[in-house]
Write a protein that binds this ligand. Structure first.
Ligand code: UDP
Length: 252
């Protein structure tokens, strides 16, 4: 399938449905087509504006799915109707398919008790699942090389990294140098959700695209992050959408 994208503040976002994204990614896993999947949100874009290396990683990712309502809204302002593809859902669906196809996976990130709980839960949910490597996400940069060596020896086809952005995306970049043919996804706090230490927003919040409000109420430390990035992101997106409309009218 040919890649169809639209830029939000200079960053590509793939335009596809949840099912299409699953199909594209499974194809890549099957064909050992090394891939970095980014589950993009406004905070990541704002961080990338201050961090050139992270910005490069986002721009070079083979697939960028709109994880947040902020990105969905940004595209809507530009006249594009794109459904939100939550990283927590798509990453789990891919685990289910990897289990069916006997493709080994790896899990890196979160606290020790969380990763252990996730491993147990996934093994009981998908009994054919092979987790060829897993470890918690609390390690120093000096340990990176050793961990990446262990990961490469385990040779998983699908690798989930939960260190939060931008740490996870930068770690994936490093892993890809040693293990280039795997498919990687940065999943933020998904392991906490699967382990049950963080709860998912009720349906009502999802319907009104307000999952982020629920997450902020549950984890008030997020307020600082959102307050610092969201207003500026929305302001820039509105300007960009207006400029695009003017250019469209001018026929540029
Ligand atoms: N984390 C980690 N190592 C670190 C920092 C964070 O494993 O050095 C984990 C943390 O335990 C949590 C996840 O990374 O499970 C980040 O979750 P957060 O909700 O901040 O990510 P977001 O979904 O907002 O990107």
């Amino acid at each position: 399938m040919e890649r169809k994208t639209h830029k939000v503040l200079g960053y590509n976002v793939d335009l596809l449905t949840f099912d299409e994204a699953v199909e594209v990614i499974i194809d890549k896993i099957k064909n050992n087509e090394g891939t970095q999947i980014v589950t993009i949100n406004p905070e990541m874009i704002e961080t990338a504006e201050q961090n050139a290396e992270f910005s490069e990683v986002l721009k070079n990712a083979e697939l960028v799915v709109p994880d947040s309502s902020g990105i969905e809204l940004a595209l809507r302002l530009k006249g594009i109707k794109q459904e939100r593809i939550p990283g927590v859902d798509i990453s789990k669906k891919l685990i289910e398919i990897c289990a069916e196809l006997n493709y080994p996976i790896a899990l890196i990130g979160s606290k020790e008790e969380v990763i252990n709980a996730v491993r147990e839960k996934l093994k009981s949910e998908f009994n054919k699942l092979e987790i060829s490597y897993y470890r918690n996400g609390y390690f120093s940069i000096e340990e990176d090389d050793e961990i990446i060596k262990e990961l490469a020896n385990a040779n998983p086809k699908y690798i989930l990294i939960a260190l939060g952005a931008p740490k996870q995306e930068m770690f994936i970049k490093k892993c890809r140098e040693k293990l280039p043919d795997s498919v990687y996804i940065g999943v933020g706090g998904s392991f906490d959700v699967w382990a049950g230490t963080v709860s998912r927003a009720p349906e009502l919040y999802k319907t009104f695209r307000c999952e982020w409000i629920y997450r902020t109420l549950k984890q008030p430390q997020r307020i600082k992050r959102i307050y610092k990035t969201l207003p500026m992101f929305l302001f820039k997106v509105i300007i960009e959408a207006v400029k695009e409309k003017i250019n469209l009218c001018k026929g540029i």
